[in-house]
Design a protein around this ligand. Structure first.
Ligand code: HEM
Ligand code: HEM
Length: 180
């Protein structure tokens, strides 16, 4: 089986990375907002651990995806037939990469600045990447909250685009990412 991408097909590795990232990102957003709107208690600590595990996994998968796409370039996007839609889709795809790095890094900075360890998979403690400091904590959480909103907006645009193409245009875009 060919693992890489071709000029008109997403290979199995790119597809697996796309769907794994999509699932984990959605879970991280859900747990993140749930934590943010919950009254803090020690019982929640394990869910903070879960959120951090999901977020750091996204960072690792995004790093892998960028390296993989250097080794084997993904196919060019299928044109939508409308120039602004093509530009918007390209912007959303690029934006995803920026956000999928900025989100976990800002969370990690903010978490480090609180002085609480970043423990992932209930097992490994990652090093702190910011000093324990209220200013860093505040700035980290502001960026984390802002990037979360941008990510939700990008996902809404992405889903809207995919649905229009799958249900109205029926141009094979979804099939290409699902089945290759
Ligand atoms: C793709 C990765 C990530 C996503 C999508 C994500 C998403 C979110 C969201 C939606 C929130 C709620 C934001 C708000 O209050 O407006 C949040 C809060 C938070 N995130 Fe993340 N996050 C990610 C990665 C991380 C990482 C890697 C860490 C730490 C290592 C982290 C630590 C936190 C913490 C400590 C909170 C605060 C929860 C509270 O308010 O009590 N996040 N995250
Ligand atoms: C929720 C998090 C998601 C993220 C971060 C995400 C990210 C991306 C990115 C960056 C691309 C560009 C190709 C690449 O670099 O791999 C892409 C393509 C694609 N995504 Fe997603 N995606 C998400 C969810 C979804 C969902 C839920 C669906 C379907 C229901 C979907 C369907 C597609 C399709 C069909 C393409 C191919 C577009 C093309 O052929 O040009 N994505 N996605």
């Amino acid at each position: 089986m060919r693992l890489g991408n071709t000029p008109d097909r997403f290979g199995p590795v790119t597809r697996a990375l796309h769907w794994a990232t999509a699932l984990i990102v959605l879970a991280a957003i859900g747990v993140g907002y749930w934590l943010a709107y919950s009254e803090f208690s020690l019982a929640l600590l394990k869910y903070y651990g879960l959120h951090k595990t999901l977020g750091i996994t996204v960072l690792a998968l995004t790093g892998l995806r960028l390296v993989w796409h250097r080794i084997t370039a993904p196919p060019r996007p299928l044109p939508t037939g409308t120039a602004w839609k093509d530009r918007l889709a390209a912007l959303v795809h690029k934006g995803f990469y920026v956000l999928l790095i900025a989100m976990p890094l800002s969370g990690w900075v903010a978490g480090s600045a609180t002085g609480i360890d970043t423990v992932i998979f209930n097992r490994w403690t990652l090093p702190a990447i910011a000093p324990v400091d209220e200013g860093w904590e505040k700035a980290g959480f502001i960026i984390h909250g802002l990037t979360a909103k941008l990510l939700v907006a990008a996902i809404a645009l992405h889903l809207g685009g995919v649905l229009v193409r799958a249900l109205l245009q029926r141009d094979g875009t979804l099939k290409r990412m699902w089945a290759g």
